[in-house]
Write a protein of this length. Structure first.
Length: 280
């Protein structure tokens, strides 16, 4: 599933080429992932694209007409792609939405498994629909990041994946951040020292910024707004490297289930928490 760096890469690509363009028409295929297909068909044609932005793992296309402003909310799910194409370019299978633009191109949404989501978001409904999401990792000051974890009795991997705590981080960047910070994914947030949380904060920021610069990680289906693959997968240090040598110490990378997710870590660099023995 695309995470913060991938969604940010797509948002930047779309914003650079779509801002100011007008959507002429909408063509729908299968619509089971749309919140309200009729509303999309009725409200989007004729709207001007003001900008494109990211909110957590969501894309928001901010639109305006003569009498109102609203947004098109898009979540790519596991296999969704939002790509700009020439109107005469071959239409890939599983293309379910085609937005015709006033410059002759099309914005196409393709999704093999249709686990994504798309719908109209009224201008005054953003807080009610998205307000339950946590802080953005790239906008959170270090002191606020520290406050998020210092009293939490949950595993740090679970906290990083919890979208009500931080919005945008998923399995890839949680594993990579924890490896860089030398923190085991099963450590409890409340048991981390302020120094360790600070180290995690800096590692997380660095990983996310490097991944955005590399245009994301293409593990399976992800491509950017131009249909190109990302490159950060070549710089992964633990994710999906089970059995391979740690780049830092040479120990073999292990995989374990943590917080219900497959997690990769170095048993030497990321020491497991000690288990408390029950009194006899």
């Amino acid at each position: 599933m695309p995470e913060l760096p991938e969604v940010e890469t797509i948002a930047r690509g779309l914003r650079a080429t779509l801002s100011g363009r007008r959507i002429v028409s909408v063509r729908l295929g299968k619509t089971d992932f749309l919140d309200d297909p009729a509303a999309v068909e009725r409200q989007v044609p004729g709207a001007r694209i003001v900008t494109v932005r990211r909110y957590g793992k969501f894309l928001l296309l901010d639109l305006e007409t003569v009498d109102r402003a609203f947004s098109l909310l898009v979540h790519l799910g596991m296999t969704g792609r939002l790509v700009i194409s020439g109107a005469r370019a071959p239409i890939p299978r599983h293309t379910h939405v085609r937005f015709a633009l006033d410059d002759g191109r099309e914005l196409r949404y393709t999704d093999v498994r249709r686990f994504g989501r798309m719908g109209i978001l009224a201008d005054d409904a953003e807080e009610s629909r998205l307000g339950s999401l946590g802080m953005d990792p790239l906008e959170t000051p270090e002191r606020e990041f520290l406050a998020l974890f210092e009293h939490r009795r949950a595993q740090i991997k679970a906290l990083l994946l919890d979208q009500t705590v931080l919005r945008g981080i998923g399995n890839i960047y949680a594993d990579e951040s924890l490896w860089r910070a030398r923190i085991h994914p099963r450590r409890l947030g409340a048991n981390l020292t302020p120094q360790e949380i600070g180290r995690l904060y800096r590692a997380m920021r660095k990983v996310l910024e490097e991944a955005i610069e590399a245009r994301g990680s293409s593990i399976a289906d992800y491509v950017d707004a131009d249909g190109n693959l990302g490159g950060f997968q070549r710089r992964h240090r633990v994710y999906q490297r089970q059995g391979q040598k740690c780049f830092r110490c040479g120990a073999r990378i292990r995989r374990a289930m943590v917080a219900g997710r497959s997690s990769h870590f170095c048993p030497q660099c990321q020491r497991a928490p000690r288990l408390r023995r029950k009194p006899s």
